[in-house]
Design a protein around this ligand. Structure first.
Ligand SMILES: Nc1ncnc2c1ncn2[C@@H]1O[C@H](COP(=O)(O)OP(=O)(O)O)[C@@H](O)[C@H]1O
Ligand SMILES: [Mg+2]
Length: 247
């Protein structure tokens, strides 16, 4: 169970999250939607403990433990994972070395290269993507879609229990969207994690049905509902929010 309680977060001196309270139960799927600039990425970063995002008020609990002050790597060790909206390029760092280093750090496990490569091979079979990305450097020259696939591969390797994926569907063509969505769904089913999908569009939610859709606007959670809310947003956009917020 992941809970955020009255969270107020600022960055560069500007208050972005304005008192958000949400709870994410195990084995459930949540979709977080909202207009551009509404604070979705800030929420994802804050949950993961990004140092540029300052918690002014409120708390974050993981299975009852207050993790508000923990560093991102400490949260990762507790089973949290954030797939970035815009994964950054790390020039000259081979994907294999990167994955092994993060695995070693998050799992506190000093595996040999031989053992790790075997593990990686079985993970790739599970995830259902080809192995081409393993021969590249981290995000260097990768397309938007390939970057997102690499985030999903990382998730499979690290085996987190609480997963947040920030716009994992952006930059994917139709075929990649389907394979990425299937990989995420099957991960969620196997490892029974709580899954938070930050997304602009309902299209990924056609493959992974959310238990709850939460709409964020102006740094607040302003509406929630079932999967039909995502379809309404796809059809109508966010114009109706003004009425909700004004009421
Ligand atoms: N590092 C930052 N410095 C200044 N403003 C930021 C920073 N990060 C986010 N913001 C601002 O916070 C607001 C919310 O941004 P973000 O969380 O990225 O929204 P979303 O992901 O919903 O599009 C925006 O107005 C954005 O410009
Ligand atoms: Mg964002």
């Amino acid at each position: 169970m992941l809970e955020i309680n009255n969270l107020k977060v600022s960055t560069n001196g500007k208050l972005i999250l304005n008192g958000i309270s949400l709870s994410f139960s195990d084995k459930k799927v949540y979709a977080i939607m909202g207009p551009n600039g509404s604070g979705k990425t800030t929420l994802a970063y804050s949950i993961m403990g990004h140092p540029d995002y300052r918690v002014e008020e409120g708390k974050i609990f993981l299975n009852g433990e207050d993790i508000t002050q923990l560093q991102p790597h400490e949260r990762a060790k507790k089973g949290m994972f954030l797939g970035f909206q815009n994964p950054v390029e790390i020039q000259g760092l081979p994907v294999l070395s990167f994955l092994k280093a993060t695995y070693t750090s998050v799992k506190n496990s000093n595996v040999s290269t031989y053992v790790f490569n075997k593990l990686l091979k079985s993970k790739l079979e599970e995830v259902g993507f080809g192995s081409e990305l393993l021969n590249r450097n981290v995000n260097e020259g990768l397309s938007g879609g390939e970057r997102k696939k690499l985030e999903v591969i990382q998730m499979y390797v690290l085996e987190p229990t609480h997963v947040i994926l920030d716009e994992i569907d952006s930059g994917l063509d139709v075929d990649s969207l389907e394979s990425v969505a299937k990989a995420i769904k099957s991960y969620h089913t196997k490892y029974s994690s709580s899954l938070i999908l930050v997304t602009h569009y309902a299209r990924i939610l056609r493959y992974i049905t959310p238990d709850k859709v939460i709409v964020i606007s102006g740094g607040r959670a302003v509406a929630e509902g079932g999967p039909e809310l995502a379809d309404k947003i796809d059809r109508e956009g966010y114009g109706w929010l003004q009425q909700v917020e004004g009421s």
